[in-house]
Design a protein around this ligand. Structure first.
Ligand code: ADP
Ligand code: MG
Length: 744
């Protein structure tokens, strides 16, 4: 498998494979799986569309039979033209060749051939002008497999050239050693690797290719799950510090002061966390819950239990805005319980003297503040340290770290999680990860297979649903005017409003260059545009930008309101000041980018207007709208778009508007992206071990692989007794996919 292609195929054949497709070894080529297959009467389009309509200028590979052929001198121009009518299933098209009269000989009626070329209109029908073709039944193609593989190919490298190279390699190849032990193959009904590789490329029947794919997908899922299980085993190999509950501690004092009752889900999950924290088996938990389900309090209560046993907890946030916001809201929730040593005569202090300190540690602290914060962490004076990941990772010392809480997982990969956890010492802290966006179980299994999952499936009582409406401003400009009137009404009623734009603007900020915004890895994973095949649609105009919209609103429809802007390119202290002013009610309207996407919590904000809403992903819109509806007042969210009535973009917004539940939204998200190959899309264009695995299509297989992986790793944590499997892990979780895991 490591053999270089030039050695196996000769330089001439190998060169275009390397140049066009970056295939360098036999293994690379064999892992370049067919995109699809055609039985002998089917049509395929190289762009892999399901519908069988032709599109102008599309590059296609087609299998067809010549119906008639004729050549003639052209009447109006000099030269000779050959026209062959080719029948493809129920369609026909014309292949034209200029000044190649000999083509007539090659394409006699009844000839079956694969044609490859660019479609165009011709005489009211379709044509391929000067297509390349390969006649079947002659020479190399005499013994074609029952299904003809169609490869991801380019104009410069035809699918059948790849097919021929693959055949040549397969003819030479001894069956590769199978990394899966026989028993395991038998238990899961899997083909051997050798069979799978042969049949994925040259299957005779659909059954054969299905069995082949199942085996190959299994290898990817299993390799990934073995890696996860190994991580899990590593994470739990050292004991965690036991943090038993105390009846007379901070946690109890906090609960006694809570201004509201916990939801049933918060209580249940809290119980289960408390139980694990009390023991020495490390907590290794993913906390899922919809926006506004109250994850922060669950985390805070866990942190307080840890502080109660004399240890520290650290809360990691993806951005400075969020870290600052978290520190502020933890302090607010804790009240005097969070101000140890600050106010000697605080009348609100806990009578039993319980208190700790919440210390914020971010990159933008001044030297002195930073030194103090570091000292707080090091001395243990800070029971709770809140910071951005980047900062905390830079060698911050803790007196006794008991719990790491990772908020809004998106930017933190498994490696970062491990990094904090694997600091020298005899114990390893407990870890609690919170996701911003609920994800379907199957996706969670794949992406967070090393974590156990808890779900907050209940919103606090009294929450008003967020009335969401899609506003097609392009067709109904009056609706937009009405929206701005409603902003005025909202402010007049004492509430606050967000206006969200996709772009920062000025200085040529591109969409998506919001650098303080948490990278939406989960979103990106699902981004159809990550798929190289997807042509981005024509952009009528750049997306609306904060820098342009804010002054326009201030001078126009929102004149007279106190309006501020917030985006990731502002200096941190400015961002802080704006956020503080907004949360203290000194700003009516905040015009912002997605910096406010996660975690921002201002219950008095009751309305959100999202401009160019069609430019955002579904999960992202759900996150954004979760910024309102956090108090008891009824809230609304408007998705403003110029998308046309009946367009997929508007339909998507309307469906989302009608879907309040986050888990439902994430399903919708996967569905509208509809390419299914979540991991694959992320991987496309990159060399890595994940080619076929789809967390949607292969949910059952992923679950099966996970159970098996946990069993294997349970008995043999380092895979020392399973060298084949260790190799499988390396082939799947190589450097590229390790980087990929990092971005989860
Ligand atoms: P998220 O899960 O989105 O992180 P938060 O933890 O930020 O949600 O909580 C959202 C809001 O709900 C906060 O203002 C929080 O104080 C409030 N909250 C949390 N739990 C409850 C509860 N049981 N009853 C009422 N309000 C709650
Ligand atoms: Mg939150």
């Amino acid at each position: 498998m490591e053999t270089p292609l030039p050695t196996a195929l000769g330089d001439k054949t190998a060169r275009p494979l390397a140049r066009q497709l970056e295939l360098h070894t036999v293994g690379d080529l064999l892992r370049h799986y067919p995109r699809r297959y055609i039985a002998h009467t089917q049509v395929t389009h190289s762009s892999d569309r399901e519908d069988q309509r032709f599109r102008d200028k599309e590059h296609v590979t087609l299998l067809g039979t010549v119906h008639s052929v004729s050549g003639r001198r052209m009447r109006n121009r000099k030269g000779h033209i050959t026209e062959a009518t080719v029948v493809i299933g129920a369609q026909r098209l014309t292949c034209t060749f200029f000044n190649q009269p000999y083509r007539e000989r090659d394409l006699q009626p009844g000839t079956r051939a694969l044609f490859s070329g660019d479609l165009s209109r011709y005489k009211g029908g379709w044509q391929l002008a000067a297509p390349e073709f390969i006649v079947l039944g002659a020479g190399v193609s005499a013994d074609l497999p029952g299904l003809i593989p169609i490869y991801p190919a380019t104009r410069k490298l035809r699918s059948w050239v790849v097919m021929m190279a693959v055949r040549q390699v397969l003819d030479l190849l001894d069956d590769p050693e199978d990394p899966l032990p026989e028993v395991l193959r038998a238990a899961h009904g899997l083909a051997t690797l050798g069979d799978a590789l042969r049949r994925v490329h040259l299957p005779d029947t659909w059954e054969e290719q299905k069995a082949a794919r199942r085996r190959l997908v299994w290898d990817e899922a299993f390799g990934l799950q073995l890696a996860m299980a190994g991580r899990r085993a590593g994470a739990t190999s050292r004991p965690a510090p036991a943090c038993p509950r105390r009846e007379d501690g901070l946690a109890a004092a906090f609960d006694a002061r809570l201004p509201f009752a916990l939801t049933g889900a918060q209580t249940t999950v809290g119980e289960s966390l408390a139980e694990v924290l009390a023991g020495t088996e490390p907590l290794n938990r993913l906390l899922q819950g919809d926006v506004g389900s109250g994850k922060t309090i669950v985390a805070l209560r866990a942190m307080l239990q840890v502080v109660d046993s004399g240890r520290q907890a650290v809360l990691l946030a993806p951005t400075e805005v969020l870290a600052a916001q978290h520190a502020r809201s933890l302090r607010a929730m804790l009240g005097s319980l969070g101000r140890a040593g600050e106010l000697p005569d605080d009348p609100t202090a806990d009578p039993d003297g319980h208190a700790t300190r919440v210390t914020l540690l971010t990159g933008s602290l001044g030297a002195r503040a930073r030194r103090e914060a570091l000292l707080d962490a090091q001395s243990g004076a800070a029971g709770i340290v809140v910071g951005t990941h980047a900062v905390i990772q830079q060698g911050v010392g803790f007196a006794d770290l008991g719990l790491v809480v990772v908020d809004e997982q998106h930017r933190f990969g498994v490696h970062q999680r491990d990094e904090l956890r694997s600091r020298p010492g005899t114990t390893t802290p407990h870890v609690l990860v919170m996701t911003a966006t609920p994800i379907p179980r199957t996706v969670a299994l794949t992406l967070y297979g090393d974590l156990d999952t808890s779900v907050l499936d209940e919103l606090p009582a009294g929450r008003q649903p967020i009335a969401t409406t899609a506003v097609p401003a392009g067709v109904k400009p009056r609706w937009l005017e009405r929206a701005w009137e409603r902003v005025h009404e909202e402010v007049a009623a004492g509430h606050q409003v967000y206006v969200v734009c996709p772009r920062i603007g000025e200085e040529g900020g591109e969409p998506g260059t919001e650098d303080d915004e948490p990278s939406r890895a989960a979103d990106d994973l699902l981004d159809p545009e990550a798929d190289a095949d997807e042509e981005p649609g024509p952009e009528a105009r750049p997306p609306l930008a904060v820098a342009e919209v804010a002054p326009m609103l201030a001078a126009g429809p929102l004149a007279g309101l106190r309006l501020e802007v917030l985006h990731g390119r502002m200096p941190t202290d400015e961002k802080d000041a704006v956020m503080r002013a907004f949360s203290e009610g000194r700003v009516d309207v905040l015009v912002a980018t997605t910096v406010i996407e996660v975690g921002v919590d201002v219950p008095n904000a009751t309305m959100m207007v999202i401009l160019d809403a069609d430019r955002f992903g579904v999960s992202q819109l759900h996150q954004l709208r979760g910024r309102v509806g956090r108090g008891s007042a009824s809230s609304s969210c408007l998705f403003v778009t110029e998308a046309l009535e009946g367009s997929p973009a508007l339909t998507r917004l309307e469906r989302l508007a009608a879907t309040p539940d986050g888990f439902e939204v994430s399903r919708l998200d996967l569905e509208v992206r509809d390419e299914g190959d979540v991991l694959g899309a992320q991987q496309s264009g990159r060399r890595s071990g994940l080619h076929m695995l789809s967390v949607l299509k292969h949910a059952d297989l992923v679950a099966e692989a996970r159970d098996e992986a946990r069993e294997v790793v349970g008995a043999d944590p380092t895979l020392a007794r399973h060298p084949g499997l260790a190799g499988l892990v390396r082939s799947v979780v190589d450097e590229a996919s390790a980087a990929f895991l990092d971005r989860l």
